[in-house]
Design a protein around this ligand. Structure first.
Ligand code: GLC
Length: 557
């Protein structure tokens, strides 16, 4: 079974990323909003997870139209979160623990309150005018472009001051920067250097596939249908994206021991490869949305689709290029609700099973804060409960379009981003140990049982299962680089695969269902060790393994 890895070794391939949504992690200032001192206070906890990198969602100065993804000063810390001195202390504290820091870089757009935009909108001949995309009104209304967060899905906003429209793929307060302008690109590289000089170790490039676009803004082709690949194709992945990335690589990335991961990978597998192919010297890692995008309705996705997606992406990146493995982040609801079950009997088993999955696939694993405890959706039922602009404006649009609003609310209840942004559950006290004051988003009522204090010393807890899996991954390069092969792809309830490197092999068996499920494997006598099991027992009878609901095992052969 000798399978040698073709992949070059790198620390960012061998690491485990823990994503922190700073607003919701730990509040020390008593304003109901998490802050940098809060993360500093929890550094020992983060270290105890075994993770090797932390990715922080944006912490820069921002009016918070989209919770920090609308930046008004790229070199300042959001006041609610603290100061630059807090940042320096945090970085030092992480590095002391051998944990690297990955920063979010949001440069497809800025805030409309950024001084560049303030200047740009002030007059047509302002030197900053070309920092953004403007369409003079005398040319008529520009061709339609789709906006993710606009209540009319219209990415063009008329601005009276200069009688022109500006482009915003996200909210009206997030105008798109004009990457065609070399001055804009230089500003971005300088910002990245500012942070790299401080010692940050990686960058997550937000919405990066949209930076290069056809700025003639032609009409969409006949029969154009709004779906994700089309949105990407006609709004992003423009002719110059690779030129910009090479430039960024030359000016910034190649000068430091850092990596950059792009959010989004274009609309085809080829696009994805071209972004992260090591020989091209552009980006180092990418994450695709296919598996998370499959859950867009209450129907969720089938196990067959899930397996097909992960298998396809693995095959495609087996030899070259590197991807991330994640099931949730700040743009998703909790993974237990989407791929597992939050029923009391299955909640913990399915959380452990999903963490086993993320940490046993090829690709760099990303864990979103709280998933190590099995936190679940808060499940709002009324639109007034939401804080997220995507939910609020999406609902307005649904109302304008005459959609079934009850159904819309049910979808939000399962899928809205606020589900994944509720405060971290540290203990069973009133505000879950997150804050002494009312948190900006309510704490989940299950914090009385699902919390760090409760799980810390229970060796069967979701938290300690997570720690075991992280340790196993860090001890076994096989789990990082080993070849992945799917086993019995057609099995209706079990996702089984092997990982092989040199003469070592592991088999991972995951029951993705509430049903007791059996799988026949030929060489069970050769099992050397059961490395991971989220139940106390494993039923093996000759060639048959029986898995309990959401049982997850890692077997060494
Ligand atoms: C990315 C972020 C998302 C944000 C959007 C606009 O998709 O992940 O949270 O709202 O970009 O910046």
């Amino acid at each position: 079974m000798t399978k040698n890895s073709q992949q070059e070794r790198n620390w960012w391939k061998e690491g485990v990323i823990y994503q922190i949504y700073p607003r919701s992690f730990k509040d020390t200032s008593g304003n109901g909003v998490g802050d940098l001192q809060g993360i500093i206070q929890k550094l020992d906890y983060i270290e105890s997870l075994g993770v090797t990198m932390v990715w922080l969602n944006p912490i820069y100065e921002s009016p918070n139209d989209d919770n920090g993804y609308d930046i008004s000063d790229y070199r300042a810390i959001m006041k609610e979160f603290g100061t630059m001195a807090d940042f320096d202390e945090l970085l030092q504290g992480l590095h002391k623990r051998n944990i690297k820091l990955v920063m979010d870089v949001v440069v497809n757009h800025s805030s409309d309150e950024h001084q560049w935009f303030q200047q740009s909108r002030s007059s047509r001949d302002n030197p900053y005018r070309d920092y953004y995309h403007w369409w003079p009104a005398e040319k008529g209304k520009p061709n339609h472009r789709w906006s993710f967060f606009d209540e009319n899905s219209d990415a063009w906003k008329y601005d009276k001051q200069t009688d022109a429209y500006y482009l915003h793929y996200f909210s009206q307060k997030q105008p798109d920067l004009n990457w065609e302008n070399s001055k804009v690109r230089q500003e971005v590289y300088d910002i990245m250097k500012f942070w790299a000089d401080k010692g940050v170790d990686g960058f997550r490039l937000d919405a990066f596939q949209y930076v290069s676009k056809d700025i003639t803004f032609p009409p969409f082709p006949e029969g154009y249908d709004i779906n994700i690949p089309n949105v990407i194709k006609y709004h992003g992945m423009g002719p110059h994206i690779h030129t910009y990335l090479k430039e960024m690589y030359e000016q910034v990335l190649s000068k430091y021991d850092v990596f950059a991961v792009s959010e989004g990978v274009g609309s085809t597998l080829e696009d994805a490869h071209n972004l992260v192919d090591e020989d091209r010297k552009e980006l180092q890692m990418a994450y695709h949305f296919e598996a998370t995008d499959m859950v867009t309705t209450l129907e969720k996705c089938t196990l067959a689709q899930f397996k097909e997606s992960f298998t396809k992406w693995d095959r495609s990146f087996a030899e070259k290029g590197w991807i991330s493995i994640y099931l949730s982040n700040h743009d998703q609801s909790r993974f237990v609700n989407r791929y597992g079950s939050d029923k009391p009997a299955f909640k913990d088993y399915s959380a452990k099973m999903l963490n086993t999955f993320i940490l046993s696939m090829r690709g760099t694993p990303y864990t979103y804060y709280g998933d190590e405890l099995g936190m679940t959706n808060i499940g709002f039922t009324k639109i007034e409960q939401y804080k997220d602009i995507a939910a609020i404006n999406g609902y307005k649009k649904a109302a304008t379009d005459g959609e079934d609003l009850d159904l819309h609310l049910k979808n939000l209840n399962l899928l809205s981003r606020d589900n994944g942004r509720t405060p971290m559950q540290w203990d069973d006290t009133n505000n879950a140990g997150f804050s002494s004051e009312t948190p900006w988003l309510p704490v989940h009522e299950n914090h009385t049982t699902v919390n760090v204090a409760n799980q810390q010393n229970d060796h069967n807890s979701v938290l300690n299962h997570f720690r075991k899996m992280v340790a196993l991954r860090k001890d076994n390069l096989l789990l990082v680089y080993g070849e992945y092969e799917i086993i019995q792809e057609e099995h209706p309830t079990i996702y089984a695969y092997s990982r092989t490197l040199d003469d070592e092999q592991m088999k991972i068996l995951l029951n993705f269902s509430e049903l007791t499920s059996k799988i026949n494997l030929s060489n069970l006598v050769q099992i050397k060790e059961v490395l991971i099991n989220n139940y106390n027992e494993l039923l093996i009878d000759k060639n048959t393994i029986t898995l309990q609901p959401y049982q997850a095992v890692v077997l060494k052969f």
